[in-house]
Design a protein. Structure first.
Length: 135
């Protein structure tokens, strides 16, 4: 039986318990408008993702950290690599980059929060072949 790495499971939004089932219902590239659809339970092992009501509100803190990093990173790149352009360039570019990264930020904040605070232990006994619904 092949053990699946936690990094790969997080990268592909897999269940923390079996690292096989998906956390999100659709691949972003299949249905970009439904990127928030999260399974209530793992489709492979049945593990409950929402540990308690409102569990995923905590993911907002992870999301905030991601957004600040993207915001400051974009401003840093504009300042250093594009010769400190006019203010209007910052005002338009920074929010555009933050908005474009929203699906990425949403999904990785939820996945990281579930791995970090869900208290779910990996059980390689129940892992199986990965489903085809990758991001
Ligand atoms: Zn699972």
């Amino acid at each position: 039986m092949q053990r699946k790495s936690v990094g790969s499971a997080i990268l592909h939004h897999k269940c923390p318990r079996c690292r096989t089932g998906d956390i999100f219902r659709y691949s972003f590239f299949q249905k970009p408008t439904k990127f928030t659809d999260t399974y209530k339970n793992c489709p492979h092992c049945g593990e409950q993702y929402e540990r308690e009501p409102g569990f995923f509100f905590g993911a907002m803190y992870v999301s905030y950290a991601f957004t600040m990093a993207i915001l400051l990173g974009t401003a840093f790149i504009l300042y250093n690599f594009f010769g400190d352009p006019e203010l209007i360039v910052y005002i338009t570019t920074v929010p555009a980059v933050v908005l474009l990264s929203l699906p990425f930020v949403f999904r990785y904040s939820r996945t990281l929060f579930l791995y970090g605070f869900g208290g779910i232990k990996y059980n390689p006994e129940i892992a199986g072949e990965p489903s085809s619904n990758n991001i």
